[in-house]
Design a protein around this ligand. Structure first.
Ligand code: ADP
Ligand code: MG
Length: 684
């Protein structure tokens, strides 16, 4: 593959939209004495000394001094003899590069150098520096951009009145200004705004189109029992098969489950369920995201949706991101649904092949109503007799790409995605534009707020002693040992060591250990023992991160909390505070915190509100990192930032709706320019 192709620069539009990272200003000479660390600058002086050193590694060190006596060190790590011969000591040099302040004064590593003379004229204008990969030189990118610039059809997708209304320049004008500026365009330059607007518009259009495509699919309507059938079902007469022996069909199972719960649904749960029930009754597939902070009670709402499928004689599948969580869901669903005569089964990685095949056959024959398992297990091709609903838990683990591929596959299937990653509204607008969103913004009553403390590791023994006492009083403890290094093996050792030490020191406490290397059945057994309070103190790796639910656990200790991100800390802490008793979270840290780690711990100590934490996280990290590449799954936004560009975001969403409603020809042109073949991804 050619270098330009590796950069994705295969089409003229890709080239003109490949925008500079920064600009080099070689129009102005900065005297050596005025150079400051971190900036790129052109400077000049006489080479007064040059030598090759062999230690600590082979390098060439030069000293350049100007008429004021100010000096800058030049360091070359890679160099040829020919290059050195062209730089004789005593010559006057022009240097361009990044200035570093070091212990020994100013320094430039691998600057561009040429022999010149004092006061020689400088270049005019700025030179664009493009993002690149190894082996692709700037000049070849510049040539490709220039060629594309000259040859492209510049018809603007935003017409004149729209541009005037939005105060945006024409695209050609904007791109010319960014590739070939006279002055460095500031970050809020209208040219950049135009680019961001167009990028957000492309994202919005593609998500809305993906949504439209899926909305045009037919789905089995799942109305409440006894209600008049939806007329639109006529179009898919008969619909897919119903399960063979649907004893439960036609009964008010939703009402029965709600009636059997030891608690009433919160208002927020009821609202979410109302949205979901309305979606399910329609003959188009539901595409809903159920957002709610950890512990908000999403699972029961998912279970109600499954029941609605069963009431209609259909099947439902529940997918979890990990085996552990799948096991927990299975236990919950059994507890809730089996008393109602519903047949629940779990697909698990730990099952014997024969058992799994037997189960798969039962699912295919319609002898199972609700199947719970991991995403991976479902991907191995489970054939359902009458699948009508997929519930995907902790959706953020799956990412946009997966959610789209899922939804694309299950023609006629409703999908409900549940996520505890509270993302700020503006981000949600951008990333979830293809989904309807319901938010559970209220925690079940009777929870006391979690008290969070940040404690230095030197006081670890004190913490341990206190927890041993708490265990004596009937409390239960999670003790989490997160990744010490990027290695599961080391993480495992840290947890195992902690477990052994603690057990030796406190024989009166019942310890348990759970980690990712345990077989699914063993993990489930440990968790079940913890749930039954046969274990007081559970030492765990971060496998317990999502979804685990043990209301009697009131202490959460996280070792090396400084190594975890905010979202993960918040998720972990959410394991406690689920019962009526006061819960505590202790974040142990190794002294010598980085500034960023200190801020993270402070944020988590001061807030238990997932949305607030997500907002602060966003400030610390920016949206790309927050959602992660795989999460955003999107042709990642390169220029726009939905949080900063919230006004643009709102404008694009309006325009996108108008264009799609009007079937505006600009839709295709705009998407071709911005996404090219990547559109296929959204359209499948
Ligand atoms: P999450 O939203 O994090 O998935 P869960 O569904 O696991 O939360 O619910 C957390 C806990 O709250 C569970 O023990 C669940 O049974 C309980 N719960 C759910 N809804 C209510 C409610 N309305 N009132 C009291 N407890 C509830
Ligand atoms: Mg959950």
């Amino acid at each position: 593959m050619s270098g330009l192709a590796r950069l994705g620069l295969t089409e003229p539009w890709h080239c003109v939209l490949h925008l500079p990272l920064r600009y080099e200003d070689e129009s102005r000479v900065t005297p050596i004495g005025a150079l400051s660390g971190g900036e790129h600058a052109l400077t000049e002086g006489r080479l007064v000394h040059g030598e090759v050193r062999l230690r600590p590694r082979r390098q060439w060190i030069g000293k350049v001094r100007d008429d004021h006596g100010d000096e800058v060190t030049v360091r070359l790590i890679h160099f040829s003899n020919a290059q050195l011969q062209a730089l004789p000591v005593g010559s006057w040099l022009r240097l361009y590069g990044e200035v570093r302040g070091s212990l020994f004064g100013r320094e430039m590593v691998h600057p561009r150098m040429r022999v010149s003379e004092p006061g020689a004229p400088t270049r005019s204008g700025l030179t664009a520096v493009y993002p690149t990969v190894a082996g692709v030189a700037q000049p070849s990118i510049r040539r490709a951009v220039a060629a594309a610039f000259a040859g492209i059809d510049w018809s603007d997708t935003l017409d004149e009145p729209t541009r005037r209304r939005l105060r945006l320049p024409a695209l050609r004008e904007a791109l010319a200004r960014l590739h070939y500026p006279q002055h460095i365009p500031p970050a809020d330059d209208p040219a950049w705004q135009r680019v961001r607007f167009d990028e957000l518009l492309a994202q919005r259009l593609s998500l809305r189109l993906a949504r439209q495509v899926r909305a045009a699919l037919a789905a089995t309507p799942l109305p409440p029992p006894g209600s008049a059938p939806d007329r639109s079902t006529a179009s898919i007469a008969g619909g897919p098969a119903r399960v063979a022996s649907a004893d439960a069909a036609g009964r008010d199972l939703v009402g029965a489950l709600i009636g059997s719960l030891p608690f009433p649904l919160t208002g927020a749960q009821q609202r979410a369920w109302t949205h979901i029930a309305a979606d399910l009754a329609r003959a188009q597939p539901m595409q809903r995201l159920l957002q709610g902070d950890v512990g908000a009670g999403k699972t029961i709402v998912g279970a109600l949706a499954c029941l609605r499928a069963v009431e209609n004689g259909r099947q439902a599948a529940v997918m979890a991101p990990t085996e552990l969580l799948a096991e927990q869901h299975l236990a919950k669903f059994r507890q809730w649904l089996e008393p109602l005569g519903i047949r629940v089964a779990g697909l698990s990685g730990g099952q014997k092949k024969a058992e799994r095949e037997r189960l798969a056959a039962a699912v295919a024959a319609g002898e199972i109503d609700v199947v719970v398992g991991t995403h991976a297990l479902f991907q191995k091709g489970v054939a359902f007799r009458a699948l009508a609903l997929v519930v995907v838990d902790e959706q953020h683990r799956f990412g946009v790409a997966q959610r789209l591929s899922l939804a694309g596959k299950g023609e006629g299937v409703h999908s409900l995605m549940m996520s505890a990653t509270p993302i700020p509204r503006t981000l949600a607008m951008s990333y979830y534009a293809d989904l309807d969103v319901s938010v559970i913004d209220e925690l079940p009553p009777g929870r006391s707020p979690i008290e969070t403390r940040v404690i230095g590791n030197p006081r670890r023994d004190e913490v341990v002693a206190k927890l041993a006492l708490a265990c004596g009083d009937g409390h239960q403890v999670y003790w989490v040992c997160p990744l010490v290094e990027e290695s599961e093996a080391l993480q495992l050792r840290a947890a195992t060591d902690a477990y052994e030490d603690l057990r030796a020191a406190h024989p009166g406490v019942r310890f348990g250990l759970v980690h990712g290397r345990l077989a699914a059945a063993e993990k489930a057994a440990v968790m079940a023992a913890f749930q039954r309070h046969e274990i007081d103190w559970l030492v765990a790796t971060t496998v317990i991160e999502v979804g685990v639910d043990v209301p009697n656990a009131t202490w959460m200790v996280i070792e090396h909390a400084e190594r975890l991100g905010l979202a993960q800390l918040h998720q972990l802490r959410g394991r406690v505070g689920r019962g009526p008793r006061q819960s505590h979270c202790i974040l142990l840290f190794e002294p010598g915190l980085s500034e960023n780690a200190r801020k993270r711990l402070e944020i988590i100590r001061n807030s238990t509100d997932g949305f607030e934490i997500a907002r602060r996280d966003l400030e610390l990290r920016g949206p790309g990192e927050l959602l992660g590449k795989s999460q955003s799954g999107q042709p990642l936004l390169r220029f726009a930032d939905p949080e900063r560009d919230v006004l643009l975001l709102e404008q694009t969403s309006q325009l996108a709706e108008d264009w799609i409603a009007a079937e505006h020809p600009a839709v295709t042109v705009h998407l071709d320019r911005w996404l090219g073949e990547r559109q296929g991804f959204w359209r499948t």
